[in-house]
Design a protein around this ligand. Structure first.
Ligand code: AMP
Ligand code: GLY
Length: 419
């Protein structure tokens, strides 16, 4: 099978790594990729946003499958644009609203009885501010549209809540995405990420993982795209996973069918767990990053087979996704300053992927005549699979300095909660 992967982050590098192991693969291209991908696999002369050119390229090259990594192309309708010429792994534009609009997503959850937090949507600052003042602290304020993971504020008091509201609704900090604002009930608990492969009818979950969203140790500092992840997550028991299946995944799949957009591709349920209760924080329409970098090292099936069957509506013959025993971790090396304005073009060490067990997945790197440099806030994700979470944490934090250079930082407590 000849496959085109779209995207340029650590998630895509991990998908590329796992897809490359498939016996069914004949050729794998990435558009556009980053400094971690083999040069000959990278497609530079087409841009995904130019749908006409992309259609021509996909049809001329006779791809058998297009795998879409990030949310932006899906929200822009890339699946609708290509699916008559090639199967596409990823939902259509109608279903992509589950991530593209938080307001749509919340209405969907209410309509199909998927447990989540109460909320109200506002377009008027004064009404939003009056509503906020009627609520107990802490306050959860979200922009409606895509905001690269930075649209959500969890404010401990009214003063910071007002500031968050003002930035979004009056100061235009998030552009058009900020004009509609959602104010949500605060849900206490522990977060977990469940990714499910969907074929329109069925949702098959991978093992749950846990992201670390805050920039610094002990969950301090600002929210980021994710600073590390691990699996398995001890509190995600088989009983809880069954609840996620029936109360979240099955209802979402049935709901999307009823809405006329049967869900194909990856459905990401971001969950808040408190004791036996599970509620959805958000749906995403693609694999999570960095969780996927740890997850891929644990998957014990042919990923290409799974993604192809999901894209073609054919998961019926598969009962479950198999995982290796043990545990996996990913620790992100980020540029100093991230998630604010961060250091650029940091010279990186020569990273030989074949040495040792740790896999350096590239998130933001590029080659220059002088060598590999950073090209983004999250630079590398170091993935490691092993016999237990304690074992992979110990090995990771013993060997991590081999990969870290001046100008990068990382959290030292990834996975500590899972031990
Ligand atoms: P989201 O982009 O919706 O996933 O929100 C980003 C992060 O904000 C989540 O991962 C949670 O840590 C936090 N968050 C969002 N909504 C809530 C909520 N209703 N209650 C508590 N924390 C939340
Ligand atoms: N790790 C969070 C996300 O992918 O949205």
């Amino acid at each position: 099978m000849k496959v085109l992967l779209i995207g340029s982050g650590g998630r895509e590098h991990a998908l590329f790594w796992k897809l490359s192991q498939s016996p069914q693969l004949t050729e794998l291209k990435v558009l556009p990729g980053n400094g971690g991908f083999p040069a000959e696999s990278r497609v530079h002369d087409v841009e995904w946003r130019d749908f006409a050119a992309l259609r021509r390229y996909v049809s001329e090259q006779h791809f058998d499958l297009v795998v879409v990594g990030p949310e932006d192309p899906l929200v822009a309708g890339i699946t609708d644009q290509l699916q008559d010429i090639c199967p596409v792994f990823g939902p259509d534009q109608g279903a992509a609203r589950l991530e593209g609009s938080k307001d749509y997503s919340k209405e969907f959850m209410r309509k199909y009885n998927i447990p989540s937090a109460d909320w109200q949507t506002f377009t008027d600052f004064d009404q939003a501010w009056a509503y906020l003042q009627s609520l107990p602290a802490p306050y959860v304020i979200k922009t409606d549209g895509l905001a690269a993971g930075k649209g959500v504020a969890v404010a401990p008091d009214l003063e910071s809540a007002e500031k968050a509201l003002r930035e979004r609704m009056l100061d235009g900090k998030f552009g058009a995405a900020g004009q509609r604002v959602i104010i949500e009930e605060f849900m206490p608990g522990e977060e977990a990420s469940v990714f499910a492969l969907c074929d329109g009818q069925r949702a098959l979950p991978f093992m749950a993982s846990q992201d670390h969203k805050r920039a610094f140790d002990n969950d301090e500092g600002p929210n980021t795209g994710g600073m590390g992840a691990y699996l398995p997550v001890p509190f995600m028991t088989p009983a809880l996973m069954q609840k996620v299946q029936t109360e979240v995944l099955d209802r979402a799949l049935a709901g999307m069918q009823a809405e006329g957009h049967p869900y194909r591709g990856l459905l990401y349920a971001g969950l808040m767990v408190e004791g036996e209760s599970v509620r959805v924080v958000e749906f995403n329409i693609r694999f999570g990053d960095p969780e996927t970098q740890a997850l891929m090292t644990m998957v014990d099936d042919d990923l290409l087979d799974l993604l192809y069957k999901s894209a073609t509506g054919d998961l019926g013959s598969i009962n479950k996704i198999h995982h290796k025993p043990g545990a996996a971790i990913v620790v992100v090396l980020a540029a100093d300053g991230y998630p604010g304005s961060y250091r650029r073009e940091i010279p990186l060490k020569n990273l030989d992927t074949s040495s040792g067990d740790i896999i350096p997945f590239h998130a933001g790197t590029r080659h220059t005549p002088d060598g590999l440099v950073s090209n983004g806030g999250r630079v590398l994700g170091l993935g490691l699979q092993g016999s237990s979470l304690t074992a992979v944490r110990t090995q990771m934090y013993t060997e991590i300095e081999h990969f870290c250079v001046d100008g990068l930082f990382y959290r030292t407590d990834i996975g500590a909660k899972g031990v």
